[in-house]
Design a protein around this ligand. Structure first.
Ligand SMILES: NC(=O)c1ccc[n+]([C@@H]2O[C@H](COP(=O)([O-])OP(=O)(O)OC[C@H]3O[C@@H](n4cnc5c(N)ncnc54)[C@H](O)[C@@H]3O)[C@@H](O)[C@H]2O)c1
Length: 363
């Protein structure tokens, strides 16, 4: 990570946060921001293990992606102003990716920047969202359209928070762990595929490995000028599918579930463009479709998904830029892909799902 910004993993992480508060942030105002679930499940444990936060007021936002918008920002900015929060104060984001993306943005902009600390409580947060300094809110149905990159003062990963996380949310986070393996570490991919995902003890070392992989990639390129784009594997289509799934009658997809759709498409594109061998493409596809519920697409949906993809921040000169795979464990960034081929990839996914179960509109 960027110099001096620790990511502390595992046992003792919250004690490290307490030490930081009583040394580096001594005397600073402190405020905890979470959503209603993360405050209910996580705040008592946080306060028990971090005495330095016991006097801190806490602010709850409603759970869910709907909170990642300008309305919630306004409410939080007003609340912070009402509390008399000054520059130099510490804002502790206790929650999943929604809370850390939102609090990171609010903290970066309030009085031109508070000191933000991330304490992720979801698996998605621990292995991905809380690390790397990307903050964002959604606008007009487009994910992460407004935001900035600003490294938090620290990220403190305490895996026991996962005890209260729902099964679907857990799988949502595993999707990003699989992605880390696919783009950067074949052994990690195989280890995650083989692990019993609901056994938190078995998962814990893999959570730490994934978080470390994300840190390693981000530290080489914090502002995403090149290598950090590796982490966008599955996201170019995934973000658009995630937004699209919120528009229609099917159940809205979680971020990781949409990234799974994006990874199936991106693996196929990697094969189609002669970067990846067919056996690896098939192996990746089999794991993803076996472990995740599928999302039914119609041919008529492709146009809207392409429209949503037009907002992708990686696009250059009107064309799409994908992160694809050269092998399991080795990604390649900035591969130009045209709209017709994206439509073919979506069609490939549509047919795979249709062939697996023609009667199912499951998602
Ligand atoms: N900034 C980044 O680099 C980055 C990376 C990946 C994802 N994201 C963003 O993260 C968001 C998704 O994150 P998420 O999957 O954590 O969603 P989330 O924050 O909405 O959390 C999922 C649900 O789990 C609940 N929850 C969280 N921790 C819990 C716990 N310990 N016990 C019980 N319930 C708990 C939350 O209240 C919420 O209802 C998306 O907005 C996505 O765009 C950002």
């Amino acid at each position: 990570m960027a110099a001096g910004r620790p990511v502390v993993l595992g046992a003792g992480s919250l004690a490290a946060l307490d030490r930081w508060l009583t040394t580096e942030a001594r005397g600073a105002q402190r405020v905890v921001v979470g959503d209603e679930n993360t405050l209910r499940h996580g705040l008592p444990e946080l306060l028990a293990l971090v005495p330095g936060l016991r006097e801190a007021p806490s602010i709850a936002v409603p759970p869910g992606e709907g909170s990642k918008g300008i309305g919630t920002c306004h409410a939080l900015w007003s609340h912070l102003a009402g509390l008399g929060v000054e520059r130099g104060a510490v804002l502790v984001a206790l929650g999943g990716g929604v809370v850390t993306d939102l609090a990171g943005f609010v903290g970066a902009t309030f009085k031109r920047g508070l000191r933000v600390v991330n304490v992720p409580t979801s698996l998605m947060g621990m292995v991905d969202a809380a690390i790397g300094g990307k903050t964002a809110i959604d606008l007009d149905g487009v994910k992460n359209l407004v935001g900035l990159v600003r490294q938090p003062e620290g990220v403190y990963v305490h895996p026991p928070f996962l005890r209260t996380l729902g099964k679907r949310e857990l799988l949502n986070g595993v999707a990003e762990m699989l992605k880390h393996g696919l783009v950067a570490d074949a052994d990690h991919w195989h280890a995650v595929v083989a692990a019993p995902w609901h056994d938190l003890q078995a998962l814990a070392p893999l959570v730490e490995r994934s978080a470390a992989l994300k840190c390693a990639v981000v530290s080489t390129d914090p502002e995403e000028h090149g290598p950090r784009r590796l982490l966008n594997f599955g996201h170019t289509i995934g973000h658009a599918v995630e937004a699209f799934s919120g528009e229609g009658p099917q159940r809205g997809l979680l971020h990781g579930e949409a990234v799974v759709v994006g990874m199936v498409c991106a693996a196929w594109l990697s094969w189609r463009l002669d970067l990846l061998d067919r056996t690896s493409c098939d192996a990746i596809t089999a794991v993803l479709l076996e472990r995740y519920r599928t999302f039914s697409l119609n041919v008529t949906d492709h146009h809207r998904i392409l429209e949503l993809m037009a907002h992708d921040k990686k696009n250059r000169g009107g064309g799409f830029r994908f992160t694809l795979l050269e092998a399991i464990g080795r990604g390649r960034v900035d591969v130009p892909v045209d709209a017709a081929m994206v439509a073919d990839a979506l069609d490939h996914y549509r047919l795979l799902v249709h062939d697996a179960d023609p009667h199912r509109r499951s998602a």
